[in-house]
Design a protein. Structure first.
Length: 335
């Protein structure tokens, strides 16, 4: 499906998203409603399996899976889709010593990663199995509309000084230079050197250097598309890489995939399947309480409107498998 937006109008998919958003502000689903949610998720998993079969189980050689024996679950995180909440949960419950020190970095759970070298022969209906992971372990992930993830990452980066600094060598500096490079090489070198210093403490400055301001969304996307054309691995950062590729969903045979957009309805079922229902309040208390974290459809459309039609189509092409796999619609804003 594709959502074409003309003059702010929305199609059926948009209306469904708005209804789901309203539902998130209401009381979580009761236990007797979990059965209907289960049907939805089971249908989703069946659909995912059918798509994988139709596409001959594509492999992206991705092994971003964390096994926690304490819960007998395998978490396959998708960044910008509640991954921080789940990471903090596992650190709080499994590594309280690290939590007490405020160590909530991904390194705190790195020892739980299932690595390619641990792979053993397929079994139990899974294409990939691992020596440390028992067959009864439940593999799960949470996904989010890919364009919403992209916009969310961009917004957080350009509005947070620490993020601009942390991501300066991952993409920020590259996007700025790609869009604003001056033709004089000597002048460029001087500007670029000053940019590298500025990104260590990116406060607003009054300067003739055109590089010294955060990248615009157009510059960000233009760099992604140009870098992808050159097969630059930095173009597919884990914060916006398609979830179908990042989770390698057809090879890793996930048991449950829920949508962040429907988290209020689907989270209780997920926790029940994981045998973790007693932790429901932990997650509900952290569910999209920050307006800075949640990127609404109108914001995605607003950012897409900043791009040319060809750029929008290319982004939608990149995320085509996510759209098909998880039932999302593409977004094309035509004024």
């Amino acid at each position: 499906y594709q959502r074409r937006v003309r003059g702010g109008a929305r199609d059926r998919i948009q209306e469904e998203n708005e209804l789901a958003e309203e539902a998130r502000d209401q009381t979580p689903v009761a236990a007797d409603q979990i059965a209907s949610v289960a049907e939805t998720i089971e249908a989703r998993m069946q659909h995912i399996g059918e798509v994988c079969k139709e596409r001959r189980n594509p492999s992206f050689n991705s092994f971003h899976m964390f096994y926690f024996k304490e819960f007998q679950v395998t978490w396959v995180p998708v960044y910008k889709a509640s991954s921080t909440n789940w990471k903090r949960f596992f650190i709080d419950k499994v590594h309280p010593d690290k939590a007490a020190k405020g160590d909530y970095g991904i390194g705190a759970v790195w020892g739980h990663v299932l690595k390619a070298g641990e792979k053993r022969r397929a079994g139990g209906g899974r294409l990939r199995t691992f020596a440390r992971e028992p067959r009864e372990s439940t593999r799960f992930s949470i996904v989010r509309h890919p364009l919403s993830r992209l916009v969310s990452h961009y917004r957080k980066t350009v509005t947070t000084k620490n993020e601009l600094t942390a991501l300066r060598d991952f993409w920020v500096r590259h996007a700025i230079v790609h869009a604003r490079r001056v033709p004089d090489n000597e002048q460029h070198s001087a500007y670029d050197k000053e940019l590298s210093q500025w990104l260590l403490s990116p406060d607003p400055v009054d300067s003739e250097n055109p590089y010294l301001s955060p990248p615009t969304f157009l510059e960000f996307v233009s760099w992604i598309l140009a870098a992808r054309a050159k097969k630059d691995p930095k173009a597919m950062n884990d914060h916006w890489k398609p979830a179908s590729e990042w989770t390698d969903i057809c090879q890793n045979n996930l048991d449950i995939v829920i949508k962040l957009e429907n988290e209020r309805e689907e989270l209780p079922y997920l926790l029940e399947r994981l045998g973790m229902s007693e932790h429901l309040e932990y997650f509900l208390g952290k569910h999209n309480t920050s307006g800075d974290k949640e990127v609404r459809d109108t914001e995605v459309e607003g950012h897409m409107r900043l791009l040319g039609e060809n750029q929008q189509r290319e982004l939608n092409r990149i995320y085509e498998l996510d759209y098909v796999m998880f039932g999302y619609s593409s977004v094309l804003v035509l004024d």
